[in-house]
Design a protein around this ligand. Structure first.
Ligand code: ATP
Ligand code: MG
Length: 572
């Protein structure tokens, strides 16, 4: 392609709302353009990259035996009512009505549609297992769209759904997808880590997320250096550290005037926060009840674990407001599980495992300016003991017991054993050998295609711009003649251009009427892997050959530059 005919829309400065490098560079390189918050258009360069990313995903999905389909983004409310998600999904679901007042949503994911399709189309167990996938636009009305394509409101996802006869089949389908995802992210040259992930209300140990490692990542990974364990912080567990405090004593009421926070108490009582409990009050709107959640005060509560333990839902479990706390007869800053006032006698209490064996800790006395010391679980109060603590850097590895580390990641994909959650609710069944109608056993598998695109930029860039890996670069090579008036240069540039084109290299000839420095800035920003400059040694057939990845420059015979590029492109 000749640059003079292309829509190249590079910018000197990125718009203000872009805060992270990859977002700034995608905008500055003219790959994407923002419409409204969290909604993007893909320009020629960006679309070329997107198409290549999609082609790699399709190639690996097809090799795994999955079959591609394409579904509508618009989904009828009825299917979501059947699955029980019309209410549960909350405000992220973009809902709309047609002129006849029929309700729909713009799909944030497609479990309902795929389950409905398979229920209608797959009649015989002989047709199982089957895995179907699509690459399609999703809609989620994110509370705070940010970081460009990483958290947008309209994005492209590759979503796949497997249907098996039994659990054993699901295990095999799941493993196949896990391996396929590993191959896909390896082909993108991403530095990534698969981690155990939360399975929400479905339970079980059935999900992994694929995290592209990046400091700006919104996910926290807790991992063991010895490769024993890696999990998303929402899911991560930790080995109990065995701390039990001092010997147990009788409960004692202590005056703690105006010392309501843990930090204030630590200082005032001159006591380790490991000998205190943190008690939080939650309102579970789903089950219409209040919950007390307790962890040792050197830890925080993992709200996802609390959601799972209480059978609530992420969108429906909120910290109680000051008014609600007062209505429960509790005193903010002085809340505890002992001597609960009449109004909160029936409150559910969830207690982290670290408090179970503790000999005695401080809790609020449910009275302003007082705490209780030496409170012991089982003796002074009870509740449901569970893992409620947020694991973090330093928490002990559940396998080897050594302190764990933490890192930031961008969730680029997730695989999930759904089991029969949707097939049961939506009656997606088959007739087994015994003649019984049984639900198919499902898995679902997502890759954030556009989020992956930006994650590659996050890992492959420098001050000058993007450094695309060759297999996803918008073009493989660009030729820049220094002077458009120099006939020798123009001829050599055209010759190289023709030869590269003839050998399947995606190449640009920069014939724009602009200064060479301006052109180089553009190509370095856009991130074309090979940059050939045809200049003063054109008569000898010598060019300057630059690798964008390292910015390394050499003077070589034009034929050698061509050979290097053609050979590299052949390996793709
Ligand atoms: P997150 O926790 O980041 O909101 P999620 O777990 O809700 O994501 P999934 O339902 O697992 O997302 O969707 C599959 C994939 O789609 C994710 O792994 C992610 O790569 C991508 N994705 C999800 N939400 C967005 C979004 N708002 N913008 C871009 N990509 C997204
Ligand atoms: Mg996810």
């Amino acid at each position: 392609m000749k640059a003079s005919k292309m829509l190249i829309s590079t910018l000197k400065e990125a718009p203000n709302e872009a805060k992270i490098d990859s977002h700034i560079l995608l905008l500055r390189a003219g790959m994407i353009k923002n419409e409204v918050a969290g909604i993007y258009n893909y320009l020629p360069m960006g679309l070329r990259v997107l198409n290549k990313i999609e082609a790699i995903i399709k190639d690996e999905m097809d090799k795994s035996g999955a079959q591609e389909i394409l579904c509508s983004a618009i989904q009828p409310k009825e299917l979501w009512v059947e699955s029980g998600r019309w209410m549960k999904y909350g405000p992220e679901l973009m809902r709309l009505k047609d002129r006849h007042e029929r309700e729909f949503c713009l799909g944030p994911t497609h479990e309902e549609i795929f389950t409905s399709l398979v229920r209608d189309l797959v009649k015989s167990p002989k047709q199982l297992p089957i895995t179907l996938y699509q690459i399609q636009t999703k809609y989620r009305d994110e509370f705070r769209p940010r970081f460009g394509l990483i958290r947008s409101r309209e994005f492209i996802m590759k979503d796949a759904y497997s249907f098996d006869r039994d659990e054993e089949g699901l295990e095999a389908s799941y493993k196949l997808m896990y391996d396929t995802y590993t191959k896909i992210f390896e082909r993108f040259k991403l530095n990534f880590q698969p981690v155990l992930a939360d399975t929400g209300n479905i339970g079980g140990n059935g999900s992994h997320q694929f995290m592209a490692l990046a400091d700006i990542g919104e996910s926290t990974i807790i991992y063991c250096d010895g490769n024993h364990y890696a999990a998303d912080q929402e899911k991560a567990t930790s080995k109990l550290d065995g701390f039990t405090g001092k010997e147990s004593k009788e409960i004692e009421k202590v005056s703690t005037p105006n010392h309501a926070t843990i930090d204030e108490l630590v200082e005032f009582l001159n006591e380790d926060s490991k000998n205190m409990a943190k008690t939080m009050v939650y309102h579970d709107f789903m089950n219409e009840k209040f919950i007390l959640a307790m962890v040792r005060a050197d830890k925080d509560i993992n709200e996802i674990k609390l959601v799972n333990e209480s059978g609530s839902n992420e969108n429906y479990l909120k910290l109680a407001t000051d008014e609600e706390i007062a209505q429960l007869g509790l005193v903010k800053g002085y809340i505890g599980p002992v001597n609960l006032p009449e109004q909160s006698k029936n409150i559910d209490i969830y207690v982290d495992q670290e408090l179970e064996g503790h000999n005695g800790f401080y809790v609020g006395a449910n009275e302003k300016d007082y705490h209780l010391a030496n409170v012991k679980f089982g003796r002074d109060f009870t509740g449901k003991v569970c893992d409620l603590r947020l694991a973090n850097e330093g928490s002990l590895c559940p396998v080897c017991g050594k302190p764990m580390k933490s890192a930031r990641g961008i969730e680029v994909g997730q695989v999930f054993k759904l089991q029969t959650k949707y097939s049961e609710a939506m009656k997606c069944t088959y007739v087994n050998e015994k003649g019984e109608n049984v639900p198919m056993v499902m898995g679902c598998y997502g890759i954030g295609v556009t989020r992956t695109l930006q994650s590659i930029v996050e890992q492959y860039h420098d001050e000058a711009g993007i450094k695309w890996p060759l297999n996803v670069a918008p073009y493989h090579a660009v030729i820049v003649p220094i002077s458009a008036k120099d006939q020798t240069q123009v001829e050599l540039a055209e010759k190289i251009y023709a030869e590269l084109n003839a050998n399947g290299v995606e190449v640009i000839l920069d014939d724009r009427d602009a200064k060479p420095g301006f052109k180089f800035k553009d190509w370095e920003l856009i991130g074309v892997p090979y940059i050939i400059t045809v200049g003063r040694r054109a008569a000898e057939g010598v060019v300057e050959f630059k690798l964008r990845s390292t910015m390394e420059k050499t003077e070589v015979a034009a034929q050698d530059a061509i050979k290097t590029i053609v050979d590299a492109v052949k390996t793709l």
